[in-house]
Design a binder for this molecule. Structure first.
Ligand code: PGA
Length: 307
């Protein structure tokens, strides 16, 4: 019995993803490193842990037993580490958050001070779109999610952070007509949309539908940053959250087009499933947000709040 925690962790990830490639990605290791460690673990058992059938990897029944035992060993090892650090007055653990695309301009400012206070805490933050963020929350894969359009089908608790303001954004040199008529404007310039699943896209679609105009959905890009770069490059206009545009607005690369009915305002909130039992790490983060939210917003987002 010479296996290591590292090997057990690798085996668990392989069993979870059923793929050496995906396990390597998830663990930030190379594929050969994963394969070598998996082989070293396998060498200690006479019975196969995994098998490959038709190029697909499966965990054998014996492997599933080892998977359960490995999960419990890793949990206990983490518990030991936790207890040691707690004994020294430090927190240890992983904070798991999923955030919508535009949340990346906001969330780091709420994390910075917290991580400085708790060097033993690590972060796993998935930056994606509304649909996927809500899925991760629903599957209870994360401690918190950051959204500005909360789902209505889940029982949630939340802390409101800051207003999300969605404006029509154009390239800095875009010639504004004297009288802004949204119908003509949307006709004239190509509109750039986010991908399916994005809350911003949904809001933009609803707004345009209400204007009773047809737009040419030629450009569909799968991240907020990609949309921004496309607008900067003059490819078209988009309805975007103002929060990620500070530098481009200051540099004159982008401009806000004043249109009746905009900005559309929603509220970025940190949400979690009602009744969720937070880990000490997650509970401590929540407290940090409660204690520091106003000051952090004032320090980093005064430009935005006063826009
Ligand atoms: P998204 O953001 O467009 O990245 O899905 C939606 C939201 O602000 O909640």
């Amino acid at each position: 019995m010479n296996y290591t925690l590292h090997q057990l962790r690798i085996f668990l990830t392989v069993a979870e993803t059923l793929s050496i490639t995906k396990a390597a990605e998830a663990l930030h290791l190379t594929q050969p490193a994963v394969s070598i460690q998996l082989k070293k673990l396998q060498d200690q058992f006479d019975i196969p842990l995994t098998e490959v059938v038709g190029k697909k990897l499966f965990v054998t029944d014996f492997g599933k037993e080892i998977e359960k035992a490995a999960a419990s060993i890793i949990e206990q090892a983490l518990d030991i580490q936790n207890k040691t650090l707690a004994y020294k007055g430090q927190l240890f653990g992983k904070l798991k958050i999923s955030i919508v695309s535009t949340g990346k301009y906001l969330m780091p400012y709420f994390l910075n001070g917290f991580f400085k206070e708790h060097p033993g805490i690590t972060l796993e933050m998935d930056v994606t779109n509304k649909l996927q963020v809500i899925q991760s929350l629903e599957k209870n894969e994360v401690d918190f999610s950051l959204v500005s359009i909360p789902p209505t089908h889940l029982q949630l608790e939340y802390i409101s952070l800051i207003t999300n303001k969605l404006h029509l954004i154009a390239h800095g040199d875009f010639q504004l007509p004297k009288v802004i008529n949204p119908t003509k404007l949307f006709d004239r310039a190509p509109m750039i949309y986010r991908e399916y699943g994005s809350g911003t896209r949904l809001t933009m679609e609803r707004f345009i539908q209400n204007q009773k105009v047809e737009t040419n959905k030629k450009l569909e890009l799968s991240s907020n940053e990609a949309v921004k770069q496309a607008v900067v490059a003059g490819l078209g206009l988009s309805i975007m959250s103002l929060i990620g545009l500070k530098n481009e607005l200051q540099l004159g690369q982008l401009k806000v087009v004043p249109v009746k009915g905009l900005p559309i305002e929603t509220m970025w909130s940190l949400i979690w499933l009602k009744g969720k039992k937070h880990s000490p790490t997650a509970a401590s983060f929540l407290q940090y947000i409660r204690d520091n939210k106003d000051e952090l917003l004032k320090e980093h987002f005064s430009w935005y709040m006063n826009y």
